[in-house]
Design a protein around this ligand. Structure first.
Ligand code: ADP
Ligand code: MG
Length: 260
């Protein structure tokens, strides 16, 4: 049964989508069956794995709002072992349309139960808010991976996110765990980056991944080619580090399983 990891942080531009796309692709590259679920109306994860949104008649919107079977919207991507459930701009309405519906917070959880057995990892790319779409993701997930950008004010807003996670644990998903905290877009030439790493490690301790994502031009370019970094430039530093991250995620999962 697949492990569901939500990639969340209500701040925009911290590397959620880049990490969702590239962690998914690297797990798939390491021979795991992976499903990437795009639940951000911007659909950047969808186009990031080479799916043309204009070609899609149905997307995660129809699953969440109209109870369409999730199997019907799972599509293959150019990466072997990686499927995706796309999002199109239609999803922008869901945040409001879901409000008056029954069990509005558990719709994604219910939907993913139908596909969970076909995958080893299901990675959800959340939108930059703590609204119903993110709540659905946290409710469906086994764990949450939090990308934190290495910049001034890095920790700002995280207490709000942690508070939301606690509320979800209390009312909707008591087993939700913090998968890990991922430092992103490190500019190694500045002292600021080093300071931020220290600060985040002080706060999150061993939850912080050893793999730290550098600012890397190739990582920034890859989405406009509709390719994860492992296809676009497998020799780049960005590809190496996301591959390291995927290995850490796999190893952490094995450790947790051994403990239980
Ligand atoms: P979010 O999903 O949190 O809004 P994105 O992953 O879309 O953030 O990243 C924001 C922008 O920064 C995008 O244009 C992306 O291509 C770029 N970007 C993300 N990570 C890196 C990186 N490590 N190096 C260079 N550019 C990056
Ligand atoms: Mg995004």
């Amino acid at each position: 049964m697949g492990k569901i990891i939500a990639i969340a942080n209500q701040k925009g531009g911290v590397g959620k989508t880049t990490s969702a796309v590239n962690l998914s692709a690297c797990l798939a590259y390491l021979n795991h069956k992976v499903l990437l679920v795009d639940i951000d109306p911007q659909g950047n994860a969808t186009s990031g794995v080479g799916i043309n949104k204009a070609d899609m008649d149905e997307c995660i919107y129809n699953v969440l709002v109209e109870d369409l079977d999730a199997n019907k919207v799972c599509v293959k991507t150019p990466v072997e072992n990686l499927d995706a459930i796309p999002a199109t701009i239609q999803l922008a309405g869901a945040e409001i349309e879901l409000v008056p519906t029954i069990s509005r917070e558990v719709r994604l959880k219910k939907a993913l139960e139908k596909v969970k057995d076909h995958y080893e990892y299901i990675i959800i790319d959340c939108p930059p808010s703590l609204g119903l779409l993110t709540i659905n993701s946290l409710t469906a997930a086994d764990s949450v991976l939090i990308p934190v950008q290495c910049e001034y004010y890095a920790l700002e807003g995280l207490s709000q996110l942690l508070n939301t996670i606690r509320l979800v644990q209390k009312h909707l998903n008591k087993d939700l765990m913090i998968e890990g905290v991922l430092l992103t877009m490190l500019d190694a030439r500045t002292n600021l980056g080093i300071q931020v790493i220290e600060e985040v490690k002080k706060y999150f301790q061993d939850k912080v991944y050893r793999s730290i994502i550098p600012r890397n031009i190739r990582l920034g370019e890859a989405p406009s080619h509709g390719q994860p970094i492992i296809l676009y430039d497998p020799k780049s530093r960005g590809a190496e580090v996301y591959l390291d991250l995927a290995k850490e995620v796999i190893a952490n999962g094995e450790r947790v399983r051994e403990r239980n």
